[in-house]
Ligand binder design. Sequence first.
Ligand code: AMP
Ligand code: ZN
Length: 138
Amino acid sequence: MDCIFCKIIEGTIPSYKVYEDDQVYAFLDISQGTKGHTLVVPKNHSASVFDLPEEDAKAIFRVVPKLSNTLKKAFNPIGLNIVSNNEKPYQTVDHFHIHLLPRYEDDELVLSMINRMNDLEQKDYVEVLDAIKVAMKA
Ligand code: AMP
Ligand code: ZN
């Protein structure tokens, strides 16, 4: 499989390993968007969250609090963002992963949310909810 993260897990491409167990591998993101920026990946290859088996999801999220607390202890950040990009153009490596990004004063990382609540009425929320409910049943 021509997947850079599979090669990192196999050890054929080097990485700065932070943590490993039977199902999970965590390593420093080469970009270090902030100090301590870590990627957590399932050892089994899944391209994105859309085909991630529940067992692998469980395994990854089970270690997230421990790794987050470790990063907190190591670097004393003011907060930490957990990010997962799925599918292009957001995702650049097609092996599911989550980013742990410790945050610091003036770290210049930009992750912005938009609040549209002032443009929305109750019926708009109901419409969205109905679409989700239909999809949930399908
Ligand atoms: P995304 O854009 O969410 O798919 O994130 C992919 C991440 O993988 C980026 O933040 C890259 O910096 C990181 N990355 C790519 N190649 C490597 C590598 N060889 N070692 C560590 N991190 C990598
Ligand atoms: Zn892979």
